[in-house]
Write a protein that binds this ligand. Sequence first.
Ligand SMILES: [Zn+2]
Length: 305
Amino acid sequence: MRLNILFRVGLIGTVAFVYLALFSIPGETRDSRVCGKDVELRLSSSESSQGSLLLVEVHSTSPLAELKAQWDGHTLLFWRENSQENVQRALLGVDLERPAGQYPLTVAAQLENRERVTCSAVVSVKAGRFAIERLRVRRQFVDLSPKNLERTARERQRLGELFARVTPERLWQGAFRVPVDGAQAAGNFGRRRVLNGRPGMPHNGEDFPAVAGAPVHAAQRGRVVLADELFFSGNTVVLDHGLGLYTFYGHLESIAVTVGEVVEVGTTLGRVGATGRATGAHLHWSVRANEARINPLGIVRLPAD
Ligand SMILES: [Zn+2]
């Protein structure tokens, strides 16, 4: 995977343009660029296409007084690693329907001596190669009654408002895990779906087929912000991990947590089921980062602290 980035490095009074072509490393693409004399901007990603997750890292020689990043109209929030006070990280999600193209990422930092440093990188997003999947589901889930149309519109708005809320502190700590033990991902993230012959929304998560009743675990520490029955996803739990990162667990047979509860990694959230629009027992797992629908396996691959 090749990612071309144009870095614009600007210190007050001096502006330099540097072209950078990221090279391919199996499993991970990583590069860094000096961004002013005391600050370095690094981007790491296993993919740079629709639905991918990028890790933004800012390294400085001394602690920064202030650090901000902007991507696609969103402010990305940084967290500081416990052991490394001069390293700050932020997540950058690329939505699965983001048109392929060049998108700027701007980073502004203030050093302890009040000097300001700005960097901007143009991240090139490539189209994901998503298969088309034809499914047959119960008619009521395709030909919605006026009552269900109104219900789904309300639920879509509720979820949209929820994912747009950014909790300023990071609630997770360490690596993210797959929520079902021993289950294999179906590899169906992003598939363009045709339901009963009609084009539907792309599949915004990964499905994990599993036996009904198998426990579904929290992928990481977070706060339960939704535990409810929704029309399409049936019994659903949503966790807020802070800094704009959310995980979503759908089609549950039963829910074992309540809204407001802070759960630890591995906590049982409920049981695998087939509630809502499901063709069989499985977990539908999806992730939002800065509102972008990203491949949930992207957070499992994140380096842990
Ligand atoms: Zn699904």
